[in-house]
Design a binder for this molecule. Structure first.
Ligand SMILES: [Zn+2]
Length: 153
């Protein structure tokens, strides 16, 4: 069966790392929709959704932004949001443009830190895409849900 040409084109865009130097897929050879479906199945089985995870990430990023690049005490977390010049377009070509911002959150109780970008939040929240295995920005969905302190629903 021939692959949908539109999908093929999309995969090319992702693989070439046209939008970010390291690309979104890492060493993952699965098609993007398979990566998304596998992560979604994991989350659904554990009682989480990508939307809730994305919303919790965005809340922490917003809290971090108050620090203007310095670490902020946000209750259970220390959060640092660093912003760079410019915007980056969503690789799903939906006209979404994210600020170039990195958020590092450290959970005080465990010392565990996780890092994400504004585009990463969008990819998770709107597309259920946690990026490919081996991508430097991949976040494991269940680890992320636990880190964020989300309760299974
Ligand atoms: Zn998008």
């Amino acid at each position: 069966m021939k692959e949908n040409p539109k999908k093929e084109q999309f995969r090319d865009t992702m693989e070439e790392g046209e939008l970010v130097k390291d690309g979104f897929l890492g060493e993952d050879e699965r098609p993007v929709d398979e990566i998304i479906a596998a992560d979604q199945a994991l989350l659904a089985g554990a009682g989480f959704t990508a939307e809730r995870i994305g919303a919790a990430m965005r809340t922490l990023t917003r809290q971090g932004m108050a620090g203007m690049g310095e670490e902020v005490d946000a209750g259970e977390y220390l959060v640092k949001a660093e912003e760079y010049m410019g915007l980056i377009g969503c690789p799903f070509k939906d006209n979404h443009r994210a600020a170039k911002r990195n958020t590092t959150a450290t959970r005080k109780s465990t010392g565990r830190a996780m890092m994400w970008t504004d585009l990463g939040i969008h990819l998770i929240q709107k597309h259920g895409f946690f990026q490919g295995k081996g991508s430097p920005y991949r976040l494991e969905p269940l680890e992320l849900a636990a880190f964020l302190g989300l309760e299974a629903e």
